[in-house]
Design a protein around this ligand. Structure first.
Ligand code: 5GP
Length: 125
């Protein structure tokens, strides 16, 4: 078992500049860009620049610098979007899908940041 990274996945292509993206924030180790099919008025994906498949893979294999950078990037995105409650925003939801039951479409670890309307119950089904 373990993780094998597919460097032909769509986010790897975005990181290599082969596919355009609508960047919200770029840091040393992370990139945040708008989801191509937004499910809320604000829908941003935050990804590490490193080759990690899922959140547990990232947690296990990334350096402390990468993990701190990533978590700070998620927070900064919320502030940029104006949705951080501590800065007067109305709130947001973060989620990360992994594997088959998580219904992960793109096998490069990413955190969804959803906001801009009441988001309802955590799971619809
Ligand atoms: P997952 O189901 O893997 O958690 O979510 C993958 C997300 O990536 C989806 O919300 C989908 O709309 C988004 N996505 C897929 N292809 C592209 C793309 O080429 N560009 C952008 N910006 N988002 C994409």
């Amino acid at each position: 078992m373990g993780y094998e990274y597919d460097d032909q996945n769509i986010f790897a292509k975005i990181l290599r500049g082969e596919i355009p993206n609508d960047t919200v924030l770029e840091t040393e180790h992370s990139l945040a860009f708008r989801d191509i099919a937004p499910q809320a008025p604000a829908h941003v994906l935050v990804i590490p620049k490193g080759a990690y498949v899922t959140q547990d893979h990232f947690a296990e294999a990334a350096s402390a610098d990468e993990i701190v950078d990533f978590m700070r990037a998620v927070g900064e995105v919320c502030r940029i979007l104006g949705v951080a409650p501590g800065a007067g925003g109305a709130g947001f939801r973060t989620l990360s899908n992994a594997g088959t039951h998580g219904v992960q479409e793109v096998p490069h670890f990413h955190m969804h940041v959803l906001a801009g309307r009441p988001l309802g119950p955590m799971l619809a089904a």
